[in-house]
Design a protein around this ligand. Structure first.
Ligand code: HEC
Length: 235
């Protein structure tokens, strides 16, 4: 359900942006065409804007409070500030207002992508977990940076999991926020699990190698396989 909504929302938002962009370009380059274009696309625009709002509300309702940081409210503010600006801007052919509105929408898209008002992806990852768990993560990071081998993969993995994953998967792996699978029932093997965590999918952000280093990814996978997965794999 969440994943379906997410895909619809992404599609609808892209269409919305496209319409917006065309109208702004017309306003600047061919203002005479703006009115006929607006008339032809009116129905489409009403449908797209309505779906934009409905899917957005639907997603917001299913996102748990842990996931809704400052970025979420800044994004809402940007979206809701841009709408009246666009309506008035296009109606009065006011270039400044239309441009400001487009910039606000682009900004809110940037916030969504990074989940950070500064559009810095690392902000989101640094705020995922509870603050006291961050100390454990720092200790692991320091020892990894110092080049020391992770001497206890499973407990290091647990500390990383507690900080980065619990918000969506819960401490038992079964929380299932935002369409998250129950990790206990995961049938992915070690390699597939590792690459899944690295790349992410749908509502799950990719942890790359910039958020979790390669040995850290191994530690998380070791923890998942040792403590969670009921399907044990030979490799
Ligand atoms: C923002 C929420 C979120 C966070 C944070 C998150 N996940 Fe996920 N995770 C998901 C969602 C949603 C899916 C399902 C993705 C899909 O297949 O559409 C998922 C799927 C997975 C899967 C695949 C399970 C399967 O068998 O298909 C694994 C493994 C996993 N997550 C591990 C992790 C680990 C480890 C972390 C922390 C490093 C983490 N996740 C952090 C949301 C999250």
């Amino acid at each position: 359900m969440y994943t379906g909504l997410l895909h619809t929302h992404t599609l609808v938002v892209s269409l919305f942006l496209l319409l917006y962009l065309i109208k702004t370009v017309l306003l600047y380059l061919k203002p005479a065409l703006l009115e006929p274009f607006g008339r032809k696309t009116r129905i489409a625009e009403i449908i797209v804007s309505t779906l934009f709002l409905l899917t957005g509300i639907g997603l917001a309702l299913q996102t748990p409070s842990v996931q809704v940081g400052v970025w979420f409210w800044v994004k809402l503010l940007a979206v809701f500030a841009s709408i009246p600006l666009a309506v008035i801007g296009f109606r009065r052919a006011n270039k400044g207002m239309a441009l400001l509105s487009l910039l606000l929408i682009l900004y809110s898209w940037g916030i969504s992508e990074t989940r950070s008002p500064r559009m810095k992806k690392s902000d989101y990852f640094e705020n995922l977990g509870p603050h006291k768990a961050l100390e454990g993560v720092k200790a692991i990071r320091d020892s990894t940076i110092a080049g020391k081998a992770l001497n206890d993969n499973v407990s290091q993995g647990k500390a990383l999991y507690t900080f980065y994953c619990v918000a969506c998967h819960g401490s038992d792996g079964a929380l299932g926020v935002a369409g998250a699978k129950n990790l206990v029932h995961s049938t992915l093997d070690r390699d597939a699990t590792k690459s899944f965590i690295r790349k992410g999918k749908n509502a799950m952000p990719g942890f790359g190698t910039d958020v979790l280093s390669d040995p850290e990814l191994d530690a998380v996978v070791a923890f998942l396989k040792a403590k969670m997965a009921v399907h044990q794999h030979p490799h």
